[in-house]
Design a protein around this ligand. Structure first.
Ligand SMILES: Nc1ncnc2c1ncn2[C@@H]1O[C@H](COP(=O)(O)OP(=O)(O)O)[C@@H](O)[C@H]1O
Ligand SMILES: [Mg+2]
Length: 332
């Protein structure tokens, strides 16, 4: 006897090309009824443009119909809000006391690290002051969707990305938006983006500790924050403010990351602390959270980011980040 579990397993091979995810991964399969040789499949049409919807219906019929004991397949669509279909393991927000310290870089590296360790990952670029995630991953296609949801844009290694930059017709437009408008747009992302089943959603927050990052933290079920700083910051003050904000919002600090920690000079095999002595351990102590990584100043990495190739970056930095973060998530 064919049962619904077997059909779901089969349908997991039906990948939506623009999203790079299967209809099962996107949580679009709502119900499967099998009676004798007949099967009735109910799918959510969320995020599927009419043409795509027709294609999904046809493929679903073919796939289910190819099972031995099935002679008749009917496929129905229902309209479901994206938010209802999202099933996200952990939402991790990346925060910094001020701009330009590498918050987006860390968001990108964390996503790449988690993806490499075999997880389903998405990035929500909520930093409207400098939406740099799409550039870092070399993506610029507008997202597709319909009334009930929009699909993230897929990176080369299969990370889903949503950013206001992908939606606005030109990249400079974002900066002239007013605060409340931006807050509204980011909130709407929470309702309208179809992530489906995701292990981790990384949010690149606006910098600082003012209203903008606060609004985002309030709008999403954030389970932990990562605080990024550099040795040249007035670290203590800025990081303390960031930590206070997390505490006030009742958000767990998963860990801290020190960026631009040092410069490695291979000719003399030395690490030079250009911006002053590393404060990594000290900050970790202040935060009562682990030091997830110390990222050196690396022109090669900066170049990859500029060229949209962050996913090609390899090295112990990213392995350590992944290992430490997964450990921090487990103990949380
Ligand atoms: N460790 C690093 N080595 C080299 N360049 C870096 C490093 N960290 C950040 N950068 C560069 O500095 C700039 C600002 O980084 P970004 O991640 O966009 O900061 P933020 O998001 O905090 O404003 C980018 O051009 C980035 O490529
Ligand atoms: Mg940024």
């Amino acid at each position: 006897m064919t049962d619904s579990k077997q059909i779901i397993e089969k349908l997991d091979s039906l990948v939506i090309p623009t999203a790079g995810r299967s209809i099962v991964g996107l949580n679009l399969v709502r119900n499967i009824d099998v009676a004798d040789s007949k099967v009735n499949i109910k799918l959510a049409s969320t995020g599927l443009m009419p043409k795509l919807q027709d294609w999904v219906k046809k493929r679903t019929e073919e796939i289910a119909g190819s099972l031995d004991e099935i002679n008749e397949v009917s496929v129905e669509f229902e309209d479901v809000k994206a938010k209802e279909l999202n099933n996200i393991g952990s939402v991790i927000a990346v925060m910094s006391g001020k701009g330009g310290v590498g918050k987006s870089l860390v968001s990108g590296l964390v996503a790449v690290a988690l993806k490499r360790s075999g997880h389903e990952v998405g990035i929500l670029d909520a930093d409207i002051t400098g939406p740099s995630i799409p550039k870092m991953f070399g993506i610029n296609l507008p997202p597709t969707g319909n009334e009930s949801g929009i699909l993230p844009v897929l990176t080369k290694s299969g990370i889903g990305v949503m950013s206001i930059n992908l939606i606005l017709p030109n990249e400079d437009e974002a900066v002239i938006w007013r605060g409340p408008l931006i807050a509204g747009a980011i909130k709407q992302f929470g309702d309208d983006v179809l992530w489906g089943n995701l292990d981790y959603l990384i949010i690149d927050l606006p910098p600082g500790t003012a209203d903008a990052p606060l609004t985002v933290l309030q709008s999403f079920p954030v389970s932990g924050v990562i605080v990024v700083f550099t040795p040249q910051d007035l670290v203590d003050m800025i990081v303390r403010k960031a930590l206070n904000m997390a505490a006030k919002m009742d958000k767990k600090v998963l860990g801290v990351v020190e960026n631009m920690s040092y410069l490695y000079v291979p000719e003399i095999d030395k690490k030079i602390e250009i911006f002053g002595k590393s404060r990594g351990e000290q900050m970790a102590k202040t935060a009562k959270a682990p030091l997830l990584g110390q990222i050196p100043i690396d022109p090669e990495m900066a170049k990859l980011c500029d060229e949209g190739k962050i996913e090609q970056y390899h090295g112990e930095i990213i392995d350590n980040l992944s290992r430490n973060l997964l450990k921090a998530l487990k103990t949380g």
